[in-house]
Design a protein around this ligand. Structure first.
Ligand SMILES: Cc1cc2nc3c(=O)[nH]c(=O)nc-3n(C[C@H](O)[C@H](O)[C@H](O)COP(=O)(O)O)c2cc1C
Length: 220
């Protein structure tokens, strides 16, 4: 598959089929993604996959926290505020996504359900967790995590799989460490849900917008 096609076809999937992803497929994604660049070739990523029973155990525990309204307690702080221009893009995404999914602004029940679906990893049969050692410099290692994570996402397209980066999947890292036997000294940076996209649901067909090149590019 051409790079151009993989980049254009990748999008965040918010409804997966329940079919399991063969471990061979996930291994192939990681085999390709390990060629991503990293600072000084440190390759700080550690990759742990939750699938089958482990994925089910995690979703149940996360959903229970979501239903109780427990505030997230991630290893890495999640931004709550943005400068105006970024805030507009953020709220714009929420508005466009919910409209596309047919969820009315005032429909509190449907919005809550969407939020809880996030804690069910949108039905994905597996989550690829990207971890770093707690002794690493956090901002710099996170550049490398983004590098390998996005390469994984493109590799998934090539395998006929869909993904979504899910901050929600790392809201309760103590649960992740317990269920996936991850030592205390490791930080859970992000989770990428992976699976076969639902073929027709709006939640798996939605395409987010982008600002035009002229707005982000300047030759000095
Ligand atoms: C670090 C990171 C965390 C994200 N966390 C979530 C999340 O918790 N829930 C969600 O619905 N989307 C999440 N996303 C997906 C973004 O909303 C999505 O990438 C963005 O809207 C662009 O759309 P696209 O991926 O379809 O191109 C996350 C993306 C990134 C990069």
């Amino acid at each position: 598959m051409e790079l151009n096609k993989a980049v254009r076809e990748r999008r965040s999937i918010r409804l997966f089929l329940p079919d399991p992803v063969p471990r061979d497929s996930i291994t192939r994604l990681v085999d390709l993604a390990r060629w991503a660049p990293s600072w000084g070739n440190t390759q700080p990523w550690e990759i742990v996959v939750a699938d089958g029973e482990k994925a089910r155990e995690l979703t149940e525990a996360f959903e229970a926290e979501g239903k109780k309204g427990t505030p997230p307690r991630p290893d890495l702080s999640i931004p709550q505020e943005f400068p105006e221009v970024h805030q507009q893009r953020y709220t714009g995404l929420g508005r466009e996504l919910l409209t596309f999914m047919g969820i009315a602004r005032g429909d509190k029940q449907a919005r809550l359900q969407h939020y809880l679906n996030m804690y069910r990893f949108f039905g994905a049969p597996a989550v690829i967790y990207l971890l770093i050692d707690g002794a690493l410099n956090e901002p710099y290692s996170c550049l490398d995590i983004g590098s390998v994570g996005t390469t994984l996402a493109y590799a998934a397209v090539q395998e006929g799989l869909g993904t979504i980066y899910l901050a929600a999947a790392m809201h309760f890292p103590d649960i992740i460490r317990r269920v996936l036997n991850i030592p205390e000294g490791k930080k859970v940076v992000i989770g990428l849900a992976v699976g076969y996209p639902h073929p027709t649901a709006p939640a798996s067909l939605f395409r987010s917008s982008r600002v035009p090149v002229e707005e982000i590019l300047r030759f000095a």
